[in-house]
Write a new protein. Sequence first.
Length: 82
Amino acid sequence: MDFLVIDDDKAFRDATCFLIEDDQHYAEGVDSGTRALQRLKEDKFDVALLDLNLGTENGLDVLTEIGKAHPSLSVIMLTAGG
């Protein structure tokens, strides 16, 4: 499976990608919803892990845009903020 990890926290993003790849899957990390939407246009991913709070971007808004453009993509929402 191919995962797109969308999180503005570099340490979390890198650690998550490492763990996914350690389980023999492909993982790529991006730091914004804007970049995620661009990568989703360029390549096919099976699952997106999406942070609820992306700095100045709202993860729910990004989720809406992903849903419109890629309705078959599975998205898992994450948050460290509670």
